[in-house]
Design a protein around this ligand. Structure first.
Ligand SMILES: Nc1ncnc2c1ncn2[C@@H]1O[C@H](COP(=O)(O)OP(=O)(O)O)[C@@H](O)[C@H]1O
Ligand code: SF4
Ligand SMILES: [Mg+2]
Length: 321
C-alpha cells in the first residue's frame, strides 16, 4: 500500500487581533491563534483516515488545507505526490485538483436552492469539461435516490437525502480522495448509519480514499482504518482503529471514550464528564492537556510531550506506558 495523501508538519495560524486602533488604545499585542500545530499523517490508498476531536480542535482547518481551500502557515500537503500550494498551474495540478472532493456537514447550506438537482450533481463534471448526459441520473441511483429526482429542487428532500445528493455531486468529479467534514453530524441518528453505510460501500466499489472528520468516536468506528485524535490543533494519538478502541493510551482519548453517549439503566443518556477546553490564543504550557488531565505530574506543565511510537500507536504523553 502506498500513501495517496501525505500531511507533513502542517500548521495554521490565524491573526485574531482586534482592529489596529483598539490595539493602540488598549495597548494590546497582536493575537495569534494556532489552530493547527505541527500535524503529520498519511492516508493510504483506498483507506479511511479519521480525525477526531472536540469542537475547535482544528479538524475543519486541516480539511480545508488538505483540499487546498486554505494555505498552510507551515508544512505541506501532498496529494498523489503533488503539493497544491506550490505546484504551478498546469495539467498535473488540474488533474490532482479534480481528484479531490469535499463533503460538508450541512447538506442544507451546501446545495444551491435555485438549481435543479441534475445541475447540482453534474457541476464538477461540467467544470472538468466532461460529458454529462445521464450522469446525474446514474449517480443519483448509485447513492440510493432515483433518476426522476434529477428534475427536483433541493428543498424537496430530507436531510439524509440531501447528503446523498452531496455525495453524488462529489462522485461526479470522479475523485480518488474525498474529504468528509462531519458529513452525518446534522442528520438524525437513524439516518446517520444509512449514509455511513453508503459511504463505506462506495469506498469499496470505487476504490476511494477518505479523510473523515468527526467529533464523535462512535461514528468513525464504522468507517475508519486509522484514527488520529486532535487536541488544541495537535495530534495527540494515532492508532489503527481496533487498537485505539481496545487500548487508548492518551488520557484525553480515554476521556473521549468515557464521554461517548452512555445510557443508564432507564435508557436515559448520562452526562459526559465536564472540563473546559483552554483558550487556543493562550494555550497551556508543557502538555496542552495538563489542566484537564487526571494523572498529570509536575513535569507535564513544563515539558511538551512529543509524539512517539508505542507498538502501532503514536502518542504524545509522558506517561503513556
Ligand atoms: N478563519 C478563522 N479565523 C480565525 N480563527 C479561526 C478561523 N477558522 C478557525 N478558527 C479557529 O481555529 C480553531 C480551530 O477551528 P476549526 O478547524 O473550525 O475546528 P473544528 O473543525 O475542530 O471545530 C478554533 O479555535 C477556531 O475558532
Ligand atoms: S503528558 Fe502529562 S498532562 Fe499530558 S496527557 Fe500525559 S500525563 Fe496528562
Ligand atoms: Mg469543524
Amino acid at each position: 500500500m502506498s500513501a495517496i495523501v501525505r500531511v507533513r508538519n502542517l500548521s495554521r495560524v490565524f491573526d485574531v487581533s482586534k482592529p489596529w486602533l483598539n490595539r493602540v488604545i488598549e495597548r494590546l499585542p497582536k493575537a495569534r491563534l494556532r489552530a493547527v500545530d505541527d500535524v503529520s499523517f498519511e492516508i493510504e490508498e483506498n483507506a479511511c483516515y479519521a480525525l477526531v476531536g472536540e469542537s475547535g480542535s482544528g479538524k475543519s482547518t486541516i480539511g480545508k488545507m488538505v483540499v487546498g481551500l486554505l494555505p498552510p502557515s507551515q508544512g505541506s500537503v501532498e496529494v498523489m505526490g503533488v503539493d497544491l500550494a506550490t505546484e504551478p498551474e498546469g495539467e498535473r495540478r488540474v488533474e490532482v485538483r479534480a481528484n479531490l472532493q469535499m463533503i460538508f456537514q450541512d447538506p442544507y447550506a451546501s446545495l444551491n436552492p435555485r438549481w435543479k438537482v441534475r445541475d447540482i450533481v453534474a457541476e464538477p463534471a461540467v467544470a472538468q469539461g466532461k460529458a454529462t448526459d445521464g450522469l446525474a441520473e446514474a449517480l443519483l441511483e448509485k447513492v440510493g435516490l432515483s433518476a426522476v429526482d434529477a428534475g427536483k429542487y433541493p428543498h424537496e428532500f430530507s436531510g439524509g437525502q440531501r447528503q446523498r445528493i452531496c455525495i453524488a455531486r462529489a462522485l461526479a468529479g470522479e475523485p480518488k480522495v474525498i474529504i468528509c467534514d462531519e458529513p452525518t453530524s446534522a442528520l438524525d441518528v437513524s439516518v446517520q448509519s444509512q449514509v455511513l453505510n453508503l459511504m463505506s460501500d462506495l469506498r469499496a466499489d470505487l476504490g476511494l480514499s477518505y479523510l473523515f472528520i468527526s467529533h464523535d468516536l462512535t461514528v468513525v468506528r464504522h468507517m475508519a482504518d486509522t484514527i488520529g485524535v486532535l487536541y488544541l490543533g495537535a495530534l495527540i494519538e494515532e492508532a489503527p482503529r481496533d487498537r485505539l478502541f481496545e487500548d487508548p493510551k492518551h488520557p484525553y482519548t480515554q476521556m473521549l471514550f468515557e464521554a461517548a453517549p452512555k445510557m443508564d439503566a432507564f435508557g436515559r443518556e448520562i452526562d459526559p464528564p465536564k472540563g473546559e477546553i483552554p483558550n487556543p490564543i493562550d494555550p497551556p504550557s508543557g502538555c496542552p492537556f495538563h489542566p484537564r488531565c487526571p494523572i498529570a505530574v509536575d513535569r507535564c506543565s513544563v515539558d511538551r510531550p512529543e509524539l512517539r511510537w508505542i507498538g502501532s500507536t503514536r502518542v504524545a504523553c509522558h506517561l503513556a506506558e
